[in-house]
Design a protein around this ligand. Structure first.
Ligand code: MN
Length: 133
């Protein structure tokens, strides 16, 4: 058994090639040969992922704060601590903090690395404004 106190978690900054704004992540699963990967991700207010998908889908568990998620239909959904979001395999989507609150979620995936679309989530997409057009 291994206990890591919160104060000893090691947070690494997210890449500017895959995130907008300030994001940190910390690995929680330990064995790279196991099929499930668990990562804690912390977003500052306004920060979010680029557009991406996951080969075998993704479960997000919101641990703290308030955030939002979006997919190709242009709508955004507010998410908050305790919420669970499931994205099916291959569905393009994004997730991040709300404009005014930080948000930390657990990302639970299997099937290998995230597929990044190399496209950021524009301010219009982040605000949900694209739906109104
Ligand atoms: Mn995702």
């Amino acid at each position: 058994m291994e206990h890591t106190p919160a104060s000893r978690l090691e947070w690494s900054p997210g890449s500017i090639d895959t995130f907008t704004g300030k994001v940190w992540s910390t690995p929680m699963s330990r064995d790279p040969d196991r099929p499930v990967t668990v990562i804690g991700v912390l977003f500052e207010p306004g920060a979010r992922t680029f557009w991406h998908s996951h080969p075998e889908g993704q479960v997000l568990y919101v641990a703290t704060g308030v955030g939002r998620v979006g997919n190709a239909d242009g709508r955004i959904t507010e998410i908050a601590a305790g919420d669970v979001i499931y994205t099916p395999a291959g569905e393009s989507h994004w997730h991040g903090a709300s404009p005014t609150s930080p948000m930390m979620h657990l990302s639970i995936t299997s099937g290998g690395a995230t597929v990044w679309d190399k496209r950021d989530v524009s301010d219009q997409e982040y605000s949900g404004a694209s739906e109104a057009q």
